[in-house]
Design a protein around this ligand. Structure first.
Ligand SMILES: Nc1ncnc2c1ncn2[C@@H]1O[C@H](COP(=O)(O)OP(=O)(O)OP(=O)(O)O)[C@@H](O)[C@H]1O
Ligand SMILES: [Mg+2]
Length: 250
């Protein structure tokens, strides 16, 4: 069984149909990349996986998404639990204007963990997993805002990891970063897939081919092609995929 299954998913913002009959299986301990030109529905699809679109007025969804075989849109499904199990990292690092420590402890605290020694452990584990511990371990009381962009993004990854999610959604996590920070995040993501299931939107073709196991190519709300990254990049089946990855449009 796949970690996440998407079946005949359709989504409308008002009258505008942003996702058209999407089918996709996302495997555990793999990195799945979403690629495609601006406005084709990548972020929309990503946000469906932790029900972030519930917050958008006028957004209507039909179809099925399952997590471990359970329909996440069924009426009595616990969305708070879903968001704990499926974490998210955004394009622009968005740490809270709090200390490094409090950024990481925030999620666990909202889930009722208040014991100092437990929080200390979680903060250290999360920062280590996000490969930023060595850079901040002596400055945990420092404001997160004072970190560099690349450090802030790894902090945000640590914050996502602090509640022990199973799936991590990343929407262009490196697009605001320099090449060195980007490389660090890519190495980190590859390391994290041993423990997590990762879905990542990227505009960077090299990044998709370097890090992902599966790639989905989106075009105007449809998934044109979905499969092994190696195949998508070496012998795409659809002419439109080939045109996109070779830079002929988008
Ligand atoms: N909240 C919203 N209300 C109305 N329309 C929206 C909303 N969010 C997205 N859209 C529209 O849905 C379509 C898909 O948007 P989406 O953000 O998913 O694209 P994307 O592939 O992530 O693009 P980009 O690469 O630029 O981030 C676009 O036409 C966009 O204008
Ligand atoms: Mg987007």
């Amino acid at each position: 069984m796949s970690k996440i299954e998407v079946k005949d998913l359709n989504l409308w913002y008002g009258d505008f149909k942003a996702l058209k009959s999407i089918d996709m299986d996302i495997n555990e301990n793999e990195i799945t990349a979403f690629i495609g030109p601006s406005g084709c529905g990548k972020s929309t699809m990503l946000k469906c996986i932790n029900r972030m679109n519930d917050l958008v007025e006028d957004c209507k969804i039909k179809g099925l998404i399952t997590l471990d075989g359970e329909d996440i849109y069924q009426s009595n499904y616990n969305v708070n639990t879903l968001r704990k199990r499926v974490g998210m990292v955004f394009q622009h690092p968005n740490p809270f204007p709090k200390s490094i420590y409090d950024n990481i402890a925030f999620g666990p605290r909202t889930h009722g963990i208040n014991k100092k020694s437990t929080l200390d452990e979680i903060v250290e584990r999360s920062l280590k997993q996000a490969a930023i511990w060595d850079e901040v371990k002596d400055d945990l009381d420092k404001s997160a805002i004072s970190l560099s962009g690349g450090q802030q993004q790894r902090l945000c990854i640590a914050r996502a990891l602090s509640v022990e999610p199973e799936v991590i959604l990343m929407d262009e996590p490196t697009s605001a970063l320099d090449p060195i920070s980007t490389g660090k995040i890519e190495d980190l993501v590859i390391e994290l897939k041993k423990q997590y299931t990762i879905v990542m939107v990227t505009h960077n073709m090299q990044q998709a081919s370097r890090v992902s196991d599966k790639t989905a190519f989106f075009l105007t709300g449809e998934v044109v092609e979905f499969g092994d990254t190696l195949n998508i990049f070496s012998k795409p089946e659809d002419k439109r995929t080939e045109d996109y990855i070779t830079g002929r449009f988008g």
